[in-house]
Write a protein that binds this ligand. Sequence first.
Ligand code: ZLM
Ligand code: CA
Ligand code: ZN
Length: 390
Amino acid sequence: YTPIPRPKGYRVSWHANPAVEPHHFGQSHPMKPFRLTLTKQLVMAYGMHHAMDLYMTRAATYEEMADFHNTDYLDFLKTIIPSDMQSSDQSDSLARFNFGDDCPVFDGLYNYASLYAGGTIDAARKLCNNQSDIAINWSGGLHHAKKAEASGFCYVNDIVLGILQLLRHHPRVMYIDIDVHHGDGVEQAFWSTDRVLTVSFHKYDKDNFFPGTGALDSNGPAHPLNPGAHHALNVPLNDGIEDDDYIALFKEIIGSCVSTYQPGAIVLQCGADSLGCDRLGCFSLNVQAHGACVAYTKTFGIPLLVVGGGGYTPRNVSRAWAHETSILVDAANIIDPNIPDAVTFRNHFGPDYSLFPPLSDMRRIENKNSRAYLASLVRTIKEKLRYIQG
Ligand code: ZLM
Ligand code: CA
Ligand code: ZN
């Protein structure tokens, strides 16, 4: 391969710890940290690691995680072991902290959670110190975790911890979430401040799709004394949204939000379960469209923290995140769309061995988002932006 040159005029940092990758949520659980191994193999086979500053991240300390999480929750997380899942004297705590099939106790759980959180905190600090312009942690993005509760495969909310770091240096931080699920944990953490604007695009079906929150008219407690009122925006979508509609919607909404709010930093959660053919998702996006959202967010030239999130068809998750890494290092047009022969685990990418298989055609889902519906979303969100100041 040819090493990818460093991008001109800005620095990109990669934050990872290979010790995250071997963790296992249990048999047939959809969340597979192995997708991080696949992503890294693609990035290295394309020579993109030459274009970034590479940082081996450390585990977040207990005190760092306590910036957001309650200590009784962290104490539980730190001490719980898999055999406690059956123990009757732990069943109250397990229920209280929402452990179960979605959020099981597995070997090395505290190590796993503190490692991915450490990556996002380190990435945020590099941006604050001006040692990086774009900082990437594909192991982060676990947007459902609450102050004292695990939720939806998420145990520690690394995004909240990263935003808290950015708020030490920036008056306003914007959070963008393209995971197919609603970014409820991040939204709720910043419910009461006007210093964070959260925007989540997601499938919304109150009773039939997790977590059931994120309606268009859900914008934070509307109390007149709450400065955070109006600073949560939600873009609820139906099944089957396709590339061009999604990109147009993303650009219209995010463009308006950035020009109104004038954030000092942006955090972009790139959950890859919004791709077509995802095991849990229901959209029809191709890798290029998911990447177009990343490319558009980069055009603002604002310090950018990029994290992963969901994504349950590992070969496609790694395709998307490798493509998005190439966008961030300004190499998308020089990498070969045919996956290099030298990639470890190359068999996962057959039979096409392409970075861009036609995901939208491989599992047809009827597009339930009419043009009129999408236009009304844009109109309504722009009206809501009138309450927001930069
Ligand atoms: N049951 N095993 C997205 C988080 C989505 C809640 C329905 C659990 C699953 C799912 C777990 C092997 C992010 C719900 C689901 C079964 C109550 C969800 C374990 C299959 C399995 O086979 C499975 C025993 C499991 C979980 C499916 N869970 C699908 N969808 C959601 C959570 C996280 O992408 O946004 C960010 C990382 N949970 O729908 C139930 C209501 C628990
Ligand atoms: Ca989302
Ligand atoms: Zn998700």
